[in-house]
Ligand binder design. Structure first.
Ligand SMILES: [Zn+2]
Length: 265
């Protein structure tokens, strides 16, 4: 059975109160986003206690801003690897169900073919390295919505190795398609067909053209029933309702029930 979770970040502290509320909504897990001052201000004992107290599981989203493990400047790439490595060491202590990492780059010259080629070559190498580094925390690579690494071809070439598992962020596919002038359904279907056996996590949120993602399902343009029908064909074990706008605990509870109903139909 697919487990359903919600994200938690520093802005929603304290963690114990958050966990209590989501447990009331019958939610299976929390994905903790490790943005500074996390993990420094996270207490391992508290997380382990919360797991038992509320019967929930924990996963992590590694720092996604200001790190760039495939950056062509070696010192930036190496420092980024070290940051994620430290976060993995922290995460290991609470035995998480998974740990997500983005491949991302913000470099104006990435639009030029020779620079792009270099980044793509690096990404194949660093994806393998980071997956090896995170083998004890079930490290998963997520697609992003930017032009670089948003393209499913990039994702497929990066994750070609047998050990690499994928988090398919459906809203990111929609946002990337909107930016690149591509048809969402076509790209989503290709992603499912090609990555079927690699998808372990799905990040689910709705999308409003041209740029607004992370809104509750049913409040945007995506056909959630069709999307879930296709997700059922994959090896997905976890769905995260990744809302950043217009939500509260009741919205989460309502949408989790809705998803379970569709998944069971
Ligand atoms: Zn996501």
């Amino acid at each position: 059975m697919i487990k359903i979770g919600v994200p938690y970040w520093y802005g929603e502290r304290p963690l114990d109160k958050f966990a209590e509320e989501i447990a009331k909504q019958n939610i299976d897990f929390i994905e903790i986003s490790l943005d500074y001052p996390y993990p420094e201000q996270l207490d391992i004992n508290e997380i382990n206690k919360i797991k038992g107290k509320y019967g929930i599981e924990i996963s992590f989203h590694g720092l996604w801003s200001d790190v760039s493990i495939s950056h062509p400047i070696k010192t930036i790439a190496n420092a980024s690897m070290r940051v994620i490595g430290d976060q993995i060491s922290f995460a290991k202590q609470v035995n998480p169900i998974y740990f997500i990492v983005h491949q991302a780059i913000r470099l104006p010259t990435a639009m030029f073919e020779n620079v792009q080629k270099k980044i793509n070559e690096n990404s194949i190498k660093t994806t393998k390295e980071i997956v090896t580094m995170g083998k004890d925390v079930n490290l998963i690579i997520e697609n992003v919505s930017s032009v670089h690494f948003g393209n499913f071809h990039d994702l497929i070439s990066m994750t070609n190795d047998n050990d690499v598992k994928v988090c398919l962020d459906v809203g990111h596919v929609a946002k990337y398609c909107s930016r690149a002038g591509l048809d969402f359904k076509e790209q989503f279907d290709i992603s499912i067909d090609k990555l079927k056996d690699k998808i372990v996590v799905v990040h689910l949120h709705d999308f409003i053209s041209p740029e607004k993602d992370h809104v509750p399902i049913g409040s945007g343009e995506l056909n959630i029933e069709y999307i879930l029908k296709r997700i059922k064909e994959t090896s997905c074990k976890y769905i995260l309702l990744e809302y950043h706008h217009n939500f509260d605990f009741n919205t989460y509870g309502r949408d989790v029930a809705k998803i379970r109903k569709i998944l069971n139909s």
